[in-house]
Write a protein that binds this ligand. Structure first.
Ligand code: DX5
Ligand code: ZN
Length: 216
């Protein structure tokens, strides 16, 4: 399967979101990645459901929603109503992850589980069979344009091994510090989906930046 590219809107021009989403629509991007932050789980606040609902009207790509919030299980209905194709919750934010994953699927979405850089992939041993995707953070969540954490490459290899050993088809998504160089290495390590914020939206030609990541 050819890998997927999910530009992260966090690095877009918030004064002109329509133009940015229309650029993504015209590009080779597979998904649009949306980062929701609450100022509690991460030390930053981004945007929430009203913004996503507005974007839903013009976004032609499936919406890959990354919730960096505490108690994400409280908002499954709202996330579904705001047009999400895939809902990613953090492992560190979910006490009853099995129940939350089931509820996300019952709401008609794909379910993703996200790991912070310090959370080992072995903790997924008894949940991975139930999830559609694992999102590995290759920066500490909360901000765009941070430095790539090198250890993420080795972590991707270990997650790929777990998925192969169990005979599963779970997707592996990487998020943080992705560019042509780190992206190539992550794909070689076993990643299926690359999120890219700064690399895409701060490029002089974002459509070309997406094309380059897609061509890796
Ligand atoms: C970070 C977010 C990322 C962020 C990535 O908390 O989850 O999606 O937008 O940005 P870059 O690609 O600039 O590291
Ligand atoms: Zn993200």
């Amino acid at each position: 399967m050819k890998h997927k590219i999910a530009p992260s809107l966090l690095s877009a021009d918030f004064l002109d979101l329509r133009k940015e989403v229309e650029m993504v629509n015209r590009s080779e991007a597979d998904w649009l990645h949306l980062d929701v932050m609450d100022g509690v789980f991460v030390p930053n606040i981004s945007f929430g459901f009203p913004v996503m609902e507005a974007l839903k009207e013009i976004c032609e790509k499936p919406m890959d929603v990354h919730l960096m919030i505490v108690e994400p299980q409280k908002f499954i209905r709202e996330v579904a109503a705001s047009g999400a194709y895939l809902m990613n919750v953090h492992y560190e934010a979910c006490t009853h992850l099995n129940r939350t994953v089931a509820a996300i699927k019952d709401a008609g979405m794909k379910a993703g589980v996200t790991l912070n850089p310090h959370t080992p992939v072995c903790l997924l041993e008894d949940i991975i069979q139930d999830v559609d995707m694992v999102l590995l953070m290759s920066v500490n969540p909360g901000f765009g344009a941070q430095r790539f954490i090198e250890h993420s490459v080795e972590k991707t290899v270990r997650l790929r091994e777990m998925i192969e050993r169990k005979g599963l088809h779970t997707l592996i998504e990487l998020d943080g510090g992705v560019n042509e160089q780190t992206g190539r290495r992550l794909l070689d390590a076993g990643a299926d989906v690359l999120v890219a914020g700064n690399y895409v939206f701060k490029a002089s030609d974002p459509i070309e930046a997406i094309r380059k990541l897609k061509a890796l």
